[in-house]
Design a protein. Sequence first.
Length: 419
Amino acid sequence: MNKKNLIKALGPGILFASTAIGVSHLVQSTQAGEKFGFGLLWAVIIANFLKYPFFEYGSRYANATGTSIIDGYKKLGKPVLWVYFIITIVSMFMVASAVGFVTSGFMQNLFGIKSSGATTLLLFFVCGGILISGKFSVLDKLIKIIGIVLLISTLIAFVMTIINGPIGSKPLFEGNIFPESDDGIFFLLGLMGWMPTALDLSTWNSLWTIERIKQTGYKPTMKETLFDFNFGYLVSAVLSLCFITMGAYLLYGTPETIPNDPAGFANGIVNLYTKTMGSWSYILIAAASFSIMFGTCITVFDGYGRAMRRTSALIFFGNDPDKQNSKMYTVTILVLVIGSFSIIQLVKTTDFGIKGLVNIATTLSFIIAPIIAVLNAILVRKKHIGKNAPPAWIKITSYLGIIFLTAFSIFFLVNKFGG
């Protein structure tokens, strides 16, 4: 691969990593280590492995066809596109509010702001303003730099944590590998639901891939597109293991817990770093953590805006280019900001709190994942993308992934509603 051309292809994979590293890593993985030690390590590894094909398919389809995988859903029939549209409508408010709630906590922690409502409102106003004004590309470059800082900081903290050894008295593998309580099962499904991120977000990979081609004017080879995606996915997977390890080593078997309010939660996460790196690192980590969460928040808003714009164009406007580039993106961002802010205001003063909101959003993502998995697997067959169809090992992994996601979704629904 030519290095100059490869640089032009880089971008969508990094945006994917930025989206994934947020809630599923900082929140869910750390909590898994805090509550179960290494008991749920298997869930993190399996979720990363078995969900890989379906995210990869988004990038693969976009490169092979020059269109997003959402366009592929329409080829499977308009009812399929409607299913995706409904899934997006149902999930986007919960996902955006969960991410926004967490991000506002890191913002409060960094800047010392006491009012969570004012913080969330300011955060959403800034995110919406940047995206509607079309300045996301500028922020994208900054996110990449900050992401490198957090990556290096996390790896250093991880290594130092391993060297210093676990703080708690309990053996790290003593925790249940499968939770016995309803709350524990709910948490497990939430952990896998957003590990590395929600599966319906695989459409964003294809949208970002197409957008990157438009920005650079360069059509990358399939190898270049997949290298970009695989790099982002690998970074995300490695960091998920780092966070569950730090949660297990520094919190499991100790009297310390991470608070449920946003600011307290953010402070607890940042303190994980300072325990190993020293108090001098607090400001650095607080800034980097907020920045990566801000990056996650804005990519979530952007992803839903792009997905709704494209889906609406295909359903309602017959793919008319003029209609596609209408105000649908702006309308989606505004509606998402208002709806997500309203949800946060409803739960912020309750015992439900940040962890409950995140668990609801992640579990919802897990339940709808099998539908997206099946659709993506169908669209990368030779019938649709010819010689660019995935190799046998990825196909086999995707079949195992579909079985895994379906079985756990049925298990949850039976236990939740069947007694």
